[in-house]
Design a protein around this ligand. Structure first.
Ligand code: NAD
Length: 452
């Protein structure tokens, strides 16, 4: 990192953060991606896998085609990109990853949507901004500290904008937590707890995919926990400062007596609890198996592969710039799925329990309990929305693409939010690797004039 790059000290960094947060209520990001009847926003998509084709392809055009046009599709796997075009049912040109610049030149998008494998987000975001486009990027914004640096500097240099699509801010329960913390009912927040339980269905699926390799996903501390770190940053209106973590591959990967390359043709199908028959999933066959010969990507890889290095059990200790302490954990081999979140304030405690999938209950629900010191306790739940991720995907797309949206809870997330969430996971990973405590502002130089 060059000396002349304007590095700010901790106090300036924190002040910048406070200013940026205060600005969030009137964020210039709101409306950035929204079109109007005069000028529909032109959007190009890179990464035409599951998230790209469904959320940023089919659902986008099903609901927002009055405001946006999808003008081009790009992927490293041309067979998958062509399947995606057919699935979305949109007559647009398809480009190979090596033709990204040509796609921008020929299709002239206003914004590029990025939904590739995580480790390539930064490469496309930087190039898109250099070519004059704004960026709408799936989480995590980046998987390495150097990538965060490049994103910040390119955004500053080009004047283009990055939106990070943190849909987890948009669920009803997440919004309810934000409202309670903003209300001041708990007084000053002193410490928090966030425990994420991924079950042997959802959790295991990561180990069948590229997510099981740190080089692609940055580990689940980046790929998955970036959602939770971002939510906590947003709820607390604070920024992460110091991180210490432990993590192990203690269940999947090498921790088993037999393994194969993939579930298809595996000699242990009868006795493996984690056997998954991809041939029964029509969409997965079309999107991945039929495209395997192009890039060799195996969608039903063995969860016991010795090469798996993405931790499946993690604990993180974090101190925020306003002194709040976070105690975080993530386990990916649980018999049920959900979260436990709590805020310990001067005046009381908020407990939130999210039930996603349990063997004994199919319904998604949540329980809120607010207990005031020396007073009684009250419990309630909020409705879980319908649609992807409990309605959060629809609300995020409304905010992005419908004109005239307001954002009183400050949900729109920019580069600062994306970078801070990624850096927290990167810091935790670094702490696991080195045994050291890691300071977030040691990982990148934050540009002085850095704002949304
Ligand atoms: N916010 C959410 O709730 C949510 C949910 C799912 C996925 N995601 C994010 O969406 C992204 C895609 O995830 P997915 O589940 O669709 O994965 P996927 O494997 O189905 O799709 C990834 C796509 O990227 C393509 N790709 C890989 N390397 C590339 C490169 N160098 N250039 C161009 N294309 C490349 C692959 O060929 C594939 O089509 C990830 O970043 C993931 O974190 C977010």
């Amino acid at each position: 990192m060059k000396e002349e790059q304007s590095k700010i000290n901790r106090r300036q960094f924190m002040e910048t953060g406070v200013k940026a947060t205060a600005l969030s209520l009137a964020s210039p990001l709101v409306g950035l991606a929204a079109g109007n009847s005069q000028h529909k926003k032109r959007l190009a998509l890179v990464g035409t896998g599951s998230r790209g084709s469904i959320m940023w392809g089919k659902l986008l055009l099903d609901h927002y085609s009055s405001y946006v046009d999808l003008v081009g599709l790009c992927d490293i796997n041309m067979k998958r990109a062509k399947f995606s075009r057919q699935y979305i049912n949109v007559p647009v040109p398809v480009f190979h990853a090596s033709e990204f610049d040509r796609m921008i030149a020929e299709t002239q998008p206003d914004s590029v949507i990025i939904a590739t494998t995580d480790c390539f987000h930064e490469k496309y975001a930087v190039r898109a901004m250099q070519l004059g486009c704004d960026v709408i990027c799936e989480k995590p914004l980046a998987t390495e500290a150097e990538q965060c640096q490049n994103l910040l500097l390119t955004e500053q240099k080009t004047g283009k904008k990055i939106i990070t699509t943190f849909n987890a801010r948009y669920g009803n329960a997440a919004e309810e937590i934000k409202r309670i913390i903003m209300s001041g009912e708990l007084g000053r927040i002193i410490s928090t707890e966030f425990h994420e339980y991924l079950d042997i269905i959802h959790g295991a699926s990561y180990y069948r995919r590229w997510n099981g390799r740190i080089k692609y996903s940055g580990s689940l501390l980046v790929h998955k926990a970036c959602h939770h770190f971002d939510q906590m940053n947003w709820w607390l209106d604070a920024e992460p400062e110091t991180v210490y973590a432990f993590g192990d591959v203690a269940f999947y990967g090498k921790n088993h007596s037999f393994r194969s390359r993939k579930c298809r043709g595996c000699p242990f199908q009868q006795k493996c609890d984690f056997y998954w028959d991809i041939t029964r999933d029509k969409m997965a066959m079309q999107m991945y198996v039929n495209c395997e010969d192009e890039d060799g990507y195996i969608r039903d890889s063995c969860v016991w592969d010795n090469e798996i290095d993405t931790y499946d059990t993690m604990t993180v200790q974090l101190r925020y710039n306003n002194g709040v302490l976070l105690n975080y954990s993530l386990n990916t081999f649980m018999p049920y799925e959900g979260q436990r979140i709590a805020f310990n304030g001067e005046k009381g405690r908020l407990d939130v329990r999210i039930y996603a999938r349990q063997p004994w209950k199919t319904e998604n629900k949540n329980e809120f309990r607010l207990t005031k010191n020396f007073q009684s306790t009250k419990t309630w739940s909020v409705k879980v929305g319908s649609g992807g991720h409990g309605g959060a995907d629809n609300s995020l797309q409304d905010m992005l693409f419908l004109p005239g949206q307001s954002d009183p809870l400050g949900k729109m997330a920019g580069s600062r939010d994306g970078v801070l969430a990624s850096l927290t996971g990167i810091a935790a990973r670094t702490s696991i690797e080195t045994g050291e405590t890691v300071r977030i502002d040691d990982l990148v130089d934050f540009p002085l004039r850095w704002r949304w």
